[in-house]
Design a protein. Structure first.
Length: 241
């Protein structure tokens, strides 16, 4: 079930007003049954989005429950990766923030997140005693791995590396970017470099890491973006930042 009809979503347009022009090619079969990512992350919308659901290994922030819709490729990747980390490190729970609204379009607090291909993900963290914790908020970390808010929380290098490595290796989702601050990016790569089982994936992960220009530092969460669906060229638009 969807919160609004396809016709209503089309009429609202990328920013909640004006018309969205969907090329004739995408109005009939098989596209009229598919999830569509329309326009770009910074000026777009979506149709027939899939909702990310909570699970024992995944929680959604309370403020993001109406913003948990995305293209199925993104939603399924997030579920798979959270499950994979939980299998490798039992008890792990991934905290997910905003994806997009059911119809996409402008989203308060964001310049992007409009076309169902973006998601904000909290970092995995440990407490002062080194015990894994499940966050209910985004926590900013310095390059030394310590929380900036004085809580004593520590950036969990191991589980955060497993997460980004899982995204980069997920051939079904077609990862585009992982936005993260430069100090934390350097920290994760240094962690992987010291471990033979991870070292081989460093080039693959590095190719997706980015700190966007003229944007927040992304020191309190990952911002992950997938590429346009391969069969939606001409409808979905890539943007580098």
């Amino acid at each position: 079930m969807f919160a609004m009809s396809d016709a209503t979503a089309l009429a609202k347009g990328p920013s909640g007003g004006g018309a969205t022009t969907v090329p004739e090619k995408f109005r009939g079969a098989p596209f009229n049954k598919m999830s569509l990512s329309i326009g770009s992350p910074n000026h777009g919308s979506q149709l027939r989005a899939k909702r990310l659901k909570k699970a024992p290994y995944l929680k959604i922030r309370e403020s993001s429950k109406d913003r948990s819709y995305g293209h199925p490729s993104l939603v399924l990747m997030l579920d798979r990766s959270a499950k994979q980390v939980a299998r490798a490190r039992p008890g792990s729970v991934l905290t997910v923030g905003d994806l997009s609204t059911v119809a996409g379009g402008a989203l308060s607090g964001h310049h992007s997140h409009q076309s169902g291909r973006d998601a904000d993900i909290a970092f995995y963290a440990r407490d002062k005693q080194g015990k894994a914790v499940t966050l209910d908020r985004f926590v900013a970390f310095d390059g030394d791995g310590k929380a900036k808010d004085g809580s004593g929380l520590v950036f969990d290098d191991d589980r955060n590396w497993l997460l980004v490595m899982g995204w980069a290796r997920d051939s079904r989702a077609d990862l585009a970017y992982v936005f993260i601050s430069r100090p934390l990016r350097a920290r994760l790569l240094a962690f992987a470099q010291k471990r033979a089982e991870y070292r081989q994936y460093i080039p693959l992960v590095t190719a997706h890491f980015m700190q966007p220009e003229n944007a927040e530092a992304h020191d309190d969460h990952f911002h992950v973006r997938i590429r346009c669906p391969k069969d939606q060229d001409g409808l979905c638009q890539e943007t580098a930042r």
